[in-house]
Design a protein around this ligand. Structure first.
Ligand SMILES: [Fe+2]
Ligand SMILES: [Fe+2]
Ligand SMILES: [Fe+2]
Length: 273
């Protein structure tokens, strides 16, 4: 469909087209990952859903960026080819992340201005983590195919009803999303406060989970909502540099996670308080 932006010309029009390609890539990843998590890759369902939630946030940020530039988010439906084995699904997921990283890098050659460039860089940091994670899952399958449940014959009639329900829910979901992107659009480009809070929640979770593995129980300090956020982000970066220096020798497997957190905090520091 390309750019349906009204009255948008020149470089902005091209940028909207590229962002819509990225939006479609996210949409494609979401429906593939969900399909894999629900079917042949159920044993890794939780991990794959976590990655799909990241893609949903990317999708939302891109759609609002497109709306902000006067474009219309292109919500065309990706078609999901049948996947028959766990290994085939994970290989497809690895390939999808490699493709996404390449595409974002290509688009960043064209989209060089702030704040869009920072948003795309922020997304690529996630895609790199996804690629590592999918590769680990693929390596841990040891090459054995996963068994696939085949429906019994008597399911046939019910299946049509279930499929109708899924189709209906998908249609409704996308219709509400389109309204929120276009009619209710009131976002600034990039991450709003709620989105930044979600980033911090995830950072907390990644580190707290590591504490749990080490036999430690995380504690929650009293909330000080008056504390300035921007100096807090500087403190956070300094804190993680210390943790990183420790982890390089003591716990190298934690280093990619710390680097991901640091990259996200650096992006936060570029956003308006
Ligand atoms: Fe993504
Ligand atoms: Fe990804
Ligand atoms: Fe953080």
């Amino acid at each position: 469909m390309g750019c349906r932006g009204l009255g948008v010309d020149g470089p902005d029009r091209r940028t909207i087209e590229l962002l819509n390609e990225d939006l479609f890539g996210e949409h494609d990843a979401i429906v593939y990952y969900l399909t894999h998590a629900w079917t042949v890759a159920r044993r890794y369902g939780r991990d794959i859903l976590d990655i799909a939630y990241d893609e949903m946030r990317h999708f939302k940020w891109l759609a609002h960026a497109i709306a902000q530039m006067g474009g219309v988010p292109d919500l065309k439906t990706p078609s999901v080819a049948p996947v028959t084995t766990l290994q085939a699904a994970l290989q497809k997921d690895v390939d999808a992340e490699i493709h996404a990283i390449d595409q974002y890098r290509d688009h960043m050659e064209v989209i060089s201005r702030a704040p869009l460039r920072g948003l795309l860089e922020r997304i690529v940091v996630d895609e790199q983590a996804h690629l590592r994670h999918f590769q680990e899952l693929l390596d841990s399958t040891h090459g054995e195919p996963d068994e696939v449940d085949r429906p019994a014959a008597e399911v046939g009639g019910v299946a049509a009803h279930l499929q109708n329900s899924v189709g209906q829910e998908y249609q409704q979901m996308m219709a509400y999303l389109m309204k929120s992107f276009v009619e209710d659009h009131g976002r600034r480009m990039g991450l709003d406060m709620e989105e930044r809070s979600i980033d911090e929640m995830r950072h907390m979770g990644w580190i707290a989970k590591q504490m749990g593995v080490m036999g430690l129980q995380p504690q929650f300090p009293p909330v000080d909502a008056e504390a300035a956020i921007a100096p807090g982000e500087q403190r956070e970066q300094a804190l993680y540099q210390d943790v990183r220096a420790w982890a390089v020798d003591a716990l190298p497997t934690l280093v990619p996670t710390i680097d991901r957190i640091l990259a996200q905090e650096q992006y936060h520091a570029t956003l308006q308080p």
